[in-house]
Design a protein around this ligand. Structure first.
Ligand SMILES: Nc1ncnc2c1ncn2[C@@H]1O[C@H](COP(=O)(O)OP(=O)(O)OP(=O)(O)O)[C@@H](O)[C@H]1O
Length: 486
């Protein structure tokens, strides 16, 4: 275990690191974050003893590092420095072998089996055996970086201090290196402190993070306690947005540009929709921020093409994703820029309406096939046939994440109310239907103009969505019923 208490130090009269305290238990990895010049490397130098501290303590398992001899300390602690000016005249194997120096004794050091095994293991872990006899200066920056990490690993110390270990590495080698280091920490009970410039990598791999600001600890804790928008923005002086990692409970940030997106003169208009026998199509000049439960590109994203495609009643293709992607490509659209839904009802039965407001307008488009309507409170009791109400809400305005979700809720409530009003029943239970079995909803916004933080019924936007979806759904049901009667 490594314990740092009130560590203070710097260069000459210049105090860089000011009263830093923390502990890292065995088997854990602490990531150091902070902007350029905040004192990260200086702190590492103080911890490793390369730079004497002005005050404070660094203890390894309860013993101050000042009590260790140089070789004894090197057996406990391996350091990957930020710059590797040394050793460029050596081969890869020779460079990695230098990591074994604390384990050599006497003037005529004897190279043991243990030394050989440690070097071989380090070469293997960093996947650099193939360069074993290559002079280091003939390797790429990323390959060299792996050699220096191998040198630190060959030292077989229980504490690893790494200054930007992923420097120069491509994304796969970043992952491989950090996976290896993390695995080593767990399997060999290593204590690891590592400096990171990449906040997202640090969040993904570290158990604890320390955010350094002008030599002070601004925040320390688990990644979710440290990777917070306001703190990161203040310390790094950059606009960021925080979002969840898709697979791990580790927050990630996205850098936001200082330069604004050029404003588009065009807005979403109902008359710009086109309706053919194949599809209802809306093509936007600018990408719209979209949240949907579509077939293609469901979830959140930015898209310019919106398709509600007509398919036969008996459309039943196992891989509808591939089939729909092909359909989009064959029509000259880009699947990466398109949200696509399907409906069995005729596209001419779509209802598209524009609702003006004080902030801009909302365009709503609904197709409603209610032959297989469902009372959702009884859905679990029996199998369901396919049926679809597709609801699109396109907003000329800038929605918050909250507003996107509220818009979905408001739209769903309005749809259900319309079914109730029209007396649409679940054919299997005879009770009032709440929707159909495969309804889709889409909310998209220009993200320009008025900022719309909410979209519940209490807001103007929510009110428009509520009455708009209600009206459109009622009219769409009427068209559907009329067509069925004929
Ligand atoms: N050898 C030195 N002598 C005098 N001042 C130094 C020395 N090394 C670093 N400094 C100063 O100490 C401050 C902190 O530097 P340090 O290298 O610790 O920052 P850092 O957080 O690691 O930055 P970076 O992200 O750029 O690597 C800087 O203002 C730097 O100019």
């Amino acid at each position: 275990m490594l314990k740092i208490t009130e560590l203070t130090g710097g260069y000459g009269d210049k105090t860089i690191v000011k009263g830093v305290s923390f502990e890292v238990p065995k088997g854990k990895m602490l990531g150091i974050l902070g902007p350029n010049g905040s004192g990260k490397s200086t702190m590492m130098k103080l911890i490793s003893g390369v730079l004497p501290a002005k005050s404070g303590m660094v203890e390894i398992e309860g013993r101050a590092i000042s009590e260790f001899g140089a070789k004894e300390l090197a057996k406990k602690m391996a350091v990957l420095p930020q710059l590797h000016a040394h050793a460029f005249a050596h081969t890869v194997r020779e460079t990695v072998s230098l990591g074994r120096y604390p384990h050599q004794s006497g003037w005529f050091a004897s190279w043991s089996h243990e030394d050989e095994a440690a070097v071989a293991e380090a070469l293997r872990l960093m996947d650099i055996q193939q360069y074993e006899h290559t002079p280091i200066d003939q390797l790429s920056g990323g390959e060299q970086q792996r050699v220096f990490v191998a040198q630190a690993l060959a030292q077989n110390a229980k504490i690893l201090l790494l200054d930007e270990p992923t420097n120069h590495l491509d994304i796969n080698h970043q992952r491989e290196l950090l996976d290896t280091i993390k695995r080593q920490a767990i399997e060999k009970d290593l204590t690891i402190i590592s400096i990171f410039h990449d906040i997202n990598l640090a969040s993904m791999y570290c158990d604890q993070l320390l955010l350094l600001d002008k030599g002070h600890v601004m925040r320390i804790g688990e990644p979710h306690e440290v990777v917070r928008e306001q703190d990161i923005e203040r310390v790094y002086q950059a606009r960021v947005s925080n979002h969840p990692h898709p697979e791990l409970p580790k927050p990630q940030i996205t850098l936001l540009p200082g330069v604004e997106r050029p404003r588009s003169a065009s807005a979403i208009r109902a008359e710009d929709f086109s309706i053919s026998a194949e599809m209802v199509l809306y093509e936007s000049d600018v990408p719209l921020k979209t949240v949907s439960s579509a077939v293609i590109n469901a979830g959140a994203g930015w898209y310019r093409t919106f398709i509600n495609r007509h398919v036969d009643m008996d459309y039943n293709i196992d891989d509808s994703l591939s089939e729909m992607t092909r359909f989009i490509e064959e029509r000259g659209f880009k699947p990466t820029d398109t949200v696509g839904m399907m409906t069995a009802i005729k596209t001419e039965h779509v209802i598209i309406k524009e609702f003006p407001s004080s902030f801009g307008s909302v365009v709503i488009a609904v197709t409603a096939g209610v032959g297989n309507a469902v009372d959702v409170s009884k859905a679990i009791e029996r199998p369901l046939g396919v049926g679809t109400i597709n609801t699109w809400i396109l907003v000329n305005g800038a929605l918050s994440d909250e507003a996107f979700i509220q818009a979905m809720i408001t739209a769903t409530e309005a749809k259900t109310k319309a079914l109730h009003q029209e007396g649409v029943k679940d054919p299997l239970t005879g009770t009032i239907a709440t929707g159909t079995s495969t309804d889709s909803c889409l909310v998209a916004a220009t993200q320009q103009g008025a900022i719309l933080p909410y979209a519940g019924p209490i807001t103007e936007l929510g009110g428009l969505i509520g009455s708009g979806v209600y009206q459109c759904t009622i009219e769409a049901i009427a068209l559907y019923r009329k067509a069925k009667m004929q």
